[in-house]
Design a protein around this ligand. Structure first.
Ligand code: BLA
Length: 506
């Protein structure tokens, strides 16, 4: 794994962030039953917001008749289309935001006063913003436009596009910031900074806001919901109180306000738009947050296009080689191994690699730079058995293969079915990479808490460089697809030929 050890990650990932039993103080939460709107759970700050006790009452007693009617009308339809309902309370205008959880209607009340409003001016610019996003030609451009427009909309001091790698470490790949701030562009952060349960939540919930990381959590009353016997599920609540570990992290970073919007590629969390404010608390209005989420959703839809994925380079070549190899296999009377290793186009030409091993009907052939023949079969079988046939860091899967890093730091192996343990395997050598972390990720400390020892965030986020060894240039998705396609073709062909041989023999 990455810099933070598995155990520590697991303990961080154990924190039940969906049920903190508290909200942030920039609004109040009231959960009610339907259809009578009777109050079941309320945050301790609700009475102050409504100017009267809320326990034992119902929402129609807290709202005027007109707002109650609008609320009831909204409940009949799609709640996402109702949010926010602008209502008037004694203390002023409030954005009322609705969703359902634990069989209750959860209502969240956020005062309009005190929020930053980009408002109508920005909304008029939305069409041109979308035009700019969709007209970008590369992922770099797309994420740059995204960072710039989100900052223009929300007024944060710094807006970053943060991309996860295969091990959930992340990298800042685009940034727009106040000029006097030091750049974070290009810095990496270890997977443990955003633990698994947080990533799982962010894969379904697009937006979270911490207007003031120095806040004091406001408890829910009662702490345990009578109907479920558990604390209220706040995974869909905009006011959800966040992890104290994360608040410590933000304080260590000097961040006063943080907001993040998910970037989701075909259902999988791809990255985040991460926003910081340093000068003081910062709260973009609910409407502006919805607009930001809309930009995040739009960018997410553009991610899988070949242009954004940066996949157009080399894609045609690989497809072309694959077709040529398929033709060679179809036409040759020779063995499949010969067809793949002796023709004008060989398996080594299929995709960029330094060497290839072909093993069909137990017959092994090597081309280019590969590990020695007696090491190739155990290496590939070890990777297959470990469930990591495609890797750019072989020694992390099989430490005993570390001495092969000069030829096989990266292996892309595919099985050819037929019961003879046949395979194709491409090899890439070690390429030393210098990477720069936002703070030395190996210095996280363990803190004692009520729930036992837990990793606490590192204190320094100063750039810290490390040379990564025993890794190869990563395999790209279309390369893996081409290798799998070729293996499937060989599987079919080998089966046909075996059948033919049988018929000839009888
Ligand atoms: C959450 N960590 C987060 C979030 C971000 C980061 C963006 C989402 C919440 C938010 O929007 O603020 C991390 N923020 C970053 C990174 C950058 C940034 C990498 O700006 C880079 C520039 N964090 C730790 C450790 C633990 C931990 C050791 O450092 C665990 C013990 C936990 N991070 C943690 C948790 C959450 C989190 C639990 C979820 C917070 C929540 O939603 O309740």
């Amino acid at each position: 794994g990455g810099p933070a050890g598995e155990d520590a990650l697991l303990r961080c990932a154990d924190e039940p962030i969906a049920v903190p039993g508290a909200v942030q103080p920039h609004g109040a939460l009231v959960a009610v039953t339907e259809p009578d709107l009777a109050v079941v759970v309320a945050s301790a700050n609700a009475p102050a917001l409504f100017g009267r006790p809320v326990a034992g009452t119902s929402l129609d007693q807290l709202l005027d008749d007109e707002d109650t009617a609008r609320l009831l009308a909204g409940l009949a339809g799609d709640l996402a289309e109702v949010n926010p309902l602008r209502v008037r309370l004694a203390g002023g205008e409030v954005d009322l935001v609705l969703h359902r959880a634990d069989g209750l209607l959860v209502t969240e009340w956020e005062p309009v006063g005190g929020a930053e409003q980009a408002g109508a001016a920005w909304h008029r610019r939305l069409p041109s913003t979308l035009q700019r996003l969709s007209a970008t030609a590369t992922l770099e451009e797309l994420t740059e436009v995204l960072a710039r427009d989100v900052r223009a909309l929300t007024g944060f001091d710094r807006v970053m596009v943060y991309r996860f790698d295969a091990e959930w470490n992340g990298e800042v790949i685009a940034e727009d910031r106040r000029e006097d701030l030091e750049p974070f562009l290009g810095l990496r952060y270890p997977a443990g900074d955003i633990p698994a349960q947080a990533r799982a939540l962010y894969a379904t919930n697009w937006m979270r806001l911490i207007p003031d990381a120095g806040y004091r959590p406001v408890p829910l009353e009662p702490p345990v919901t009578p109907s479920t016997g558990r604390p209220l599920d706040l995974s869909g609540a905009m006011l959800r109180s966040v992890s104290p570990v994360h608040l410590e992290y933000l304080a260590n970073m000097g961040v006063v306000s943080s907001m993040s919007v998910s970037l989701i590629d075909r259902g999988k969390l791809w990255g985040l738009i991460a926003c910081h404010h340093y000068a003081g608390p910062h709260r973009p209005s609910y409407a502006d947050r919805v607009a930001t989420e809309f930009l995040g959703r739009t960018a997410s839809l553009l991610l899988p296009t070949p242009v954004a994925a940066g996949e157009q380079n080399g894609m045609l070549e690989v497809a072309q080689r694959r077709a040529e190899l398929a033709a060679a296999i179809g036409r040759t009377p020779r063995s499949l191994t010969e067809a793949l290793t002796e023709g004008e186009v060989t398996a080594l030409d299929l995709l960029p690699a330094a060497g290839v091993a072909v093993r069909i009907n137990g017959q092994l052939r090597l081309l280019g730079e590969t590990p020695p023949a007696d090491r190739v079969v155990p290496l590939v079988q070890g990777l297959l058995a470990a469930g990591s046939p495609v890797t750019d860091a072989v020694s992390r899967v099989l430490p005993e293969a570390a001495d092969l890093s000069g030829t096989a730091s990266g292996v892309l192996a595919v099985e050819v079915a037929g019961g003879r343990e046949d395979f194709l395997a491409w090899f890439r050598p070690e390429t030393l990479r210098e990477i720069t972390w936002g703070g030395n990720p190996y210095t996280s400390t363990t803190a004692q808490t009520d729930a036992g020892p837990r990793l606490s965030p590192r204190r320094s986020f100063d750039a810290w460089s490390e040379t990564v060894r025993e890794t190869a240039r990563p395999w790209r998705e279309h390369e893996v697809d081409a290798a799998r396609g070729l293996a499937a073709l060989l599987t079919g062909t080998a089966a046909n030929r075996a059948e033919e041989d049988n018929r000839l023999a009888t």
